[in-house]
Write a new protein. Structure first.
Length: 244
């Protein structure tokens, strides 16, 4: 078998940008903490990868063969059988996503969207979901770790470098398994949309109030503690005190 194109460019870009964006957001939150001056960028990264997930779902409907979500929906029996094969060194080889990675992908898509929703709710003043948001973040980190371990085990057991295939897009397969195009135009559109969204969030960020305005939507979100919070005098009370 020859190496043929399996993963289109939009799928590969999404994979690596999501990985980098989540890593950056997690590092700011877990290592620096919510009182760091960089913490608002944790939310900006989160809002950006949330948009990427929405675009990935759209591409999962209209995209190339192996990018479509319907091609890697597996039942419990297929997942269990794949796990057994990975441990024993046997099992069926999948050209596209295997059952193990499919479970991780669907879990990550759902978790990222759930974190975005709870994050937006917190930014609008609903702190009751803060604990849920934190739980979701730790669960996501756990899923990512399990996914990485699974990729490593698959690579060792099946002697197939699936990390490299997600870089150059090719795998050993029959010519009939190849996709027709890497979809470069869609990839460029994806980068433009995501880039414009991220730039808009950063440009709308006010470091004094620690707020940003969501592009297009227009909603204002609180991303951190403003300089007027935590002991600063309120204008009305200061004037009343002076009059006493």
């Amino acid at each position: 078998m020859n190496r043929v194109l399996i993963w289109d460019l939009p799928t590969r870009l999404f994979h690596w940008l999501l990985s980098g964006g989540f890593l950056a957001a997690a590092a700011i939150s877990l290592l620096l903490g919510e009182h760091s001056s960089l913490f608002p960028y944790h939310a900006i990264f989160g809002l950006t990868i949330a948009l990427m997930v929405c675009l990935r779902i759209v591409w999962g409907v209209v995209g190339t063969r192996y990018a479509r979500l319907g091609t890697f929906i597996f039942g419990p029996a297929a997942v269990i059988e794949y796990m057994k094969g990975t441990i024993t060194g046997g099992g069926k080889r999948y050209i596209g996503h295997n059952p193990g990675s499919a479970v991780a992908i669907f879990a990550l898509l759902a978790l990222v969207l759930a974190m975005a929703v709870t994050g937006i709710m917190m930014g609008q003043g609903n702190q009751s979901v803060k604990e849920l948001h934190e739980v979701l973040s730790y669960v996501t980190v756990g899923v990512v770790i399990v996914h990485i371990l699974g990729v490593g085990l698959h690579t060792i057991r099946h002697r197939e470098n699936i990390i490299a295939s997600m870089i150059h897009g090719k795998k050993h397969a029959e010519p009939s398994d190849a996709i027709a195009s890497p979809a470069p135009i869609i990839a460029v559109v994806f980068l433009i949309v995501v880039g414009a969204w991220a730039v808009g969030l950063v440009r709308n960020f006010n470091p004094v109030t620690q707020t940003t305005t969501i592009p297009i939507v227009g909603s204002v979100l609180q991303l951190g503690e403003s300089e007027n919070q935590g002991g600063a005098e309120q204008p009305g009370k200061s004037k009343d005190h002076d009059d006493d």
